[in-house]
Design a protein around this ligand. Sequence first.
Ligand code: TPP
Ligand code: SF4
Length: 287
Amino acid sequence: MRDLKEYELDVVDVAWCPGCGDFQIMEALKKALAEQDLKPSDVLLASGIGQAAKLPHFMKAHFFNGLHGRSISNATGFRMANPTMPVLAIGGDGDMYGEGGNHFLHTIRRNPNITNLVHNNMVYGLTKGQASPTSPLGFQTPTTPEGVVNAPVNPIALAVSLGASFVARAFSGDVEQTKETIKAAMQHEGYALVDIFQPCVSFNKVNTFKWFKDHTYYLEESYDPWDRTAALEKAFEQERFALGILYRCERPVFEYQLAPYGERREALYKGRPDPGKVQRFIEETYV
Ligand SMILES: Cc1ncc(C[n+]2csc(CCOP(=O)(O)OP(=O)(O)O)c2C)c(N)n1
Ligand code: SF4
């Protein structure tokens, strides 16, 4: 167990509103890293744009901030270059399921060994409260004053149906459970989605802390996450939403199937370059 202070930056101006659920998610993440004895230099956090995507600005770890909606693709690239470093892709429901929706679908098909944390506040927080892909029908915003008419994305059902190898849901109000779920996701070999309910206290007055508390429950101990049909049934529940590991399966990991690796699990930079091989490749291909 490491000291949580190790993940703190010397000078940081945290730009989140007081009471935002993002604070608890960051605390849960730090605890998950500390309990796995991972130093800040042992992990990489990839993010895009949004309030949630700012999380890696506010703590110490390797960090890549890219375009809106591209964090899971960048995270996949990092794992390809270094299949020994834990990589987390972090962002909001807009970033992952909206702008990054296509990347979300195809990353699940690929199954890289990355952990995807989605702060699901059902709203676009950074841009001041427009509807997001997970906003409920009828949700009123400045740009949808008469209420949302688009059917919401169900990320859990989508991930399970595409065969994501680890699918879980957490609630930021329970830091302990969120931490345990993040740890389990990081220890899973393959793509792991953790959709985390996170109240946006400034722009979502419907899905509040109390609303999430009243509309969630923990999966029973007897629940079998290896049962895909049961997972789909849980994913389609409408009144109260299950928290915990909803689905898991074993699938080949993307980066381990790539030619440079095979049995070798080493960062590419540690490999010995063979200029002769490059020369032969150029001659055979282009000469
Ligand atoms: C391609 C592109 N489209 C739109 C935007 C504007 N934009 C920035 S953040 C954001 C939404 C962020 O919402 P979400 O990902 O749910 O994160 P939150 O801020 O709620 O944590 C949008 C639409 C952008 N920066 N780039
Ligand atoms: S706008 Fe919402 S998501 Fe953004 S920091 Fe404030 S409470 Fe959090």
